[in-house]
Design a binder for this molecule. Structure first.
Ligand SMILES: C[S@@+](CC[C@H](N)C(=O)[O-])C[C@H]1O[C@@H](n2cnc3c(N)ncnc32)[C@H](O)[C@@H]1O
Length: 328
């Protein structure tokens, strides 16, 4: 019989140290400082403006975690940080780390209180300008592969006008409209998020085909005249009762045959698979106050109760998948 060790517990319990080291290394621009090639500690201290002694602590942690390599007295970026955290062209996960560090991490300190009391902090609509910028950019970076996958894996050619409810910075609409010249889009978001979206969309050619409408899905009318609705990573910020209310309201605003596209971390009926979605439920609880990852079966029930017929579920990217429904 192999000896039982505390190793699995220790690894998980120390996980926050790994995450915080990563956030700090990205914040001091360690990976950017290594983007041009291997460097010594002194060269890195020069480039980052960080004292050698404490930089060595940060660099050693990154070596230990396998994110950078050390060869003699020189450090080099590993493949993953070179691709996603060094400021190279392509996907950029630095905004996601910033969001996890500056907004999620402090909020997670309330996890036990939220689990005990049944409710988290409900931060939406309460971010100041800086927090909103960090949140919106972070979520956009996190969900970029999902936006790209949705644009290619669903045929938007059948639609005229798409409404993205809780659409963040408009990144999903941009990805979709880029592939369909005739398609128009509407972004419906809380006012703080709309302010960030307007700035971003001003720099995108597709922005000219996107209307940005401020509103709260539970207090304001949804923009009319759409034959496809996207709800991406937003069902998970609401309670089950709120999701039923939202689906009913969306159904009332469209004609039969309209499509509802629910991109989210849909789980199995026990909410334990995929395991990453079970972890993210904590994030949705503490940040949104009432959210969690839901199962495909729960979504199917809500759709059935609110005038939608579930057509299919298909994979998107990472933990995310797509439920497609049609208005009956
Ligand atoms: C996790 S983000 C998802 C953003 C985007 N769809 C994506 O996948 O990147 C959830 C979004 O829902 C928006 N939201 C939350 N409550 C809302 C409400 N009551 N009305 C409208 N939007 C809301 C938030 O502002 C936030 O941008």
């Amino acid at each position: 019989m192999p000896a039982i060790t505390p190793e699995p517990i220790m690894k998980i319990a120390m996980g926050f140290m790994a995450a915080k080291h990563l956030f700090a290394a990205s914040e001091i621009r360690l990976f950017e400082a290594l983007a041009s090639g291997p460097a010594s500690l002194d060269e890195l201290a020069d480039r980052t403006g960080v004292p050698s002694r404490t930089l060595a602590i940060a660099a050693a942690a990154m070596v230990g975690l396998g994110l950078i390599e050390r060869d003699g007295d020189r450090y080099r970026n590993g493949d993953a940080v070179a691709a996603f955290l060094a400021g190279n062209p392509g996907a950029d996960l630095r905004p996601m780390l910033r969001f996890f560090d500056k907004i999620s991490y402090p909020t997670w300190q309330q996890l036990a209180a939220a689990v005990r009391s049944g409710q988290g902090q409900a931060q939406f609509g309460r971010f100041d300008k800086t927090e909103q910028q960090i949140f919106s950019a972070g979520v956009e970076a996190f969900s970029a592969p999902v936006a790209a996958a949705l644009a290619t894996s669903y045929d938007f050619g059948r639609h005229r006008r798409v409404l993205d409810v809780g659409g963040g910075t408009g990144s999903f609409l941009v990805a979709v409209l880029r592939r369909h010249d005739a398609l128009k889009g509407t972004l419906f978001e809380l006012p703080g998020a709309c302010a960030v979206a307007r700035q971003k969309l001003a720099n995108e050619p597709e922005g000219k085909r996107i209307d940005v409408v401020d509103g709260d899905v539970f207090k304001d009318p949804l923009p009319a005249g759409h034959d496809a609705l996207i709800v991406a990573n937003t069902v998970h910020v609401f309670s089950a009762a709120h999701n039923i209310e939202l689906m009913r309201k969306m159904r009332a605003g469209v004609e039969p045959g309209a499509r509802l596209l629910l991109a989210d971390l849909w789980t199995d009926p026990t909410h334990t698979q995929p395991p990453g979605a079970a972890l993210m439920s904590g994030e949705f609880l503490v940040i949104a106050g009432e959210g969690q990852a839901y199962s495909e079966e729960e979504a199917g029930e809500w759709l059935g109760q609110t005038g939608w017929r579930k057509l299919e579920r298909r994979p998107l990217a990472g933990l995310a998948s797509l439920i497609v429904a049609e208005a009956v």
